[in-house]
Design a protein around this ligand. Sequence first.
Ligand SMILES: O=P(O)(O)OC[C@H]1O[C@H](O)[C@H](O)[C@@H](O)[C@@H]1O
Length: 149
Amino acid sequence: MAEAGDPVVYEVVSSRVPETSGELPQSVTTIHPGTIGGEFHFTRGHMHTRARGEVYLGLTGTGGLLTFDGRRAVWVAMAPGTIGYIPPGWAHRSVNTGDEPYRFLAVYPGDAGHDHAWVAENGMGHRVMRGASGEPELAPFPRPAAGSR
Ligand SMILES: O=P(O)(O)OC[C@H]1O[C@H](O)[C@H](O)[C@@H](O)[C@@H]1O
C-alpha cells in the first residue's frame, strides 16, 4: 500500500486468465512519469522462471524496454504502436522516459513464471538516467551489492 511521501511509480492490471501452460495471460502496466536520483521510473524487473518469451505493445506515452541476459543488455525504445519482444532467458524491465504516463500491453505464456530474485541478484546491466537534454542515457551498472534490492 502506498503511503504519503511514497508515491506510486507503476500499476499493473492483469487479466483473469489462469497462469498455466497453454494460456496467454495479459496485463496492462502504467508507469507514471518521474525520476528518482536522476533515474527514470521503472518496473522492478524479472526473469521468467521457465524459458518463455513475451510480447509488449506500446499504448500511450514513451518509454523503453531494457532486457538483460546476465552479460548483454538490449534497449528498445517504445511508443504507441511499437511492438517489443522479450526472448526466452532475458530479464526485462520497463522504463518511462517521457513526461506522461507510459502504458503498455504485455502478453505472455501462462507457465512463464516471475523470478524477481534473479534481478535482485544480477541487476539489469544498466541504469536508465535522464540526460541533460531530457533524453534517456544508459549508464553501465554492475551487479548490485549482495543483500541490496
Ligand atoms: O513484475 P514487474 O517486474 O514489476 O513488472 C510489471 C509487469 O510487467 C509486465 O506487465 C509483465 O507482463 C507483468 O508480468 C509484470 O508484472
